[in-house]
Structure formats: C-alpha cells, structure tokens
Design a protein around this ligand. Sequence first.
Ligand code: SF4
Length: 95
Amino acid sequence: MTTLQLPLVSTCSASSCAYNRDSACHAGAITVTGDASTCGTYVESGTQAGQDATASVGACHRSECVFNAALECTAQDVAIESSGDVASCRTFQLA
Ligand code: SF4
C-alpha cells in the first residue's frame, strides 16, 4: 500500500469559516469542488471547528487542473482565497 502525502492548505483568507484561525485552515482535510474550485468544506458556525494541525487537501473534483491526478491534488500546497461568499482554490491552473 502506498501512503499518499496530501498537500497542505498553506493559507486561507476565508475568515468567516469555522475552521479558519489566523488565516490557516484547521479542518482535517478539505474537498475542492465545483466549476469555481470552491472549498466544499467551508462552513459558517458559532462554534470553532477543527483540530490543531493545518488542513490538507483530501480530494479535488477539478480534473482539468494541471495538479489534478485521479481527482487528487498533487500540488506542493494550495492557497484558498475568499471571494464574496465562497472560498476558492487559488493554486488552480488549467492543464
Ligand atoms: S491546485 Fe488544482 S488539483 Fe489542487 S486543490 Fe487546487 S484546483 Fe484542485
């Protein structure tokens, strides 16, 4: 069995997300979804969520990204940026 090294979320500017502390994501892993590379793990809640460690990218549905292999992300790390009411992967690059 091969152990997959998941890319870390290097930074996230979605400060309204319950997993966000000091521009870092603390979910166990995020899923990037949709036509706009949206972070599908984003959630607003009155409760602080997540763990101490920095989040990884667990899965990504943007198969057209240069870093995507079999719906997994192979980038070194990714940056998530808040724009309006969505958080999107800024590391996305069209293959
Ligand atoms: S860099 Fe590409 S493959 Fe990785 S999470 Fe972002 S959109 Fe998905």
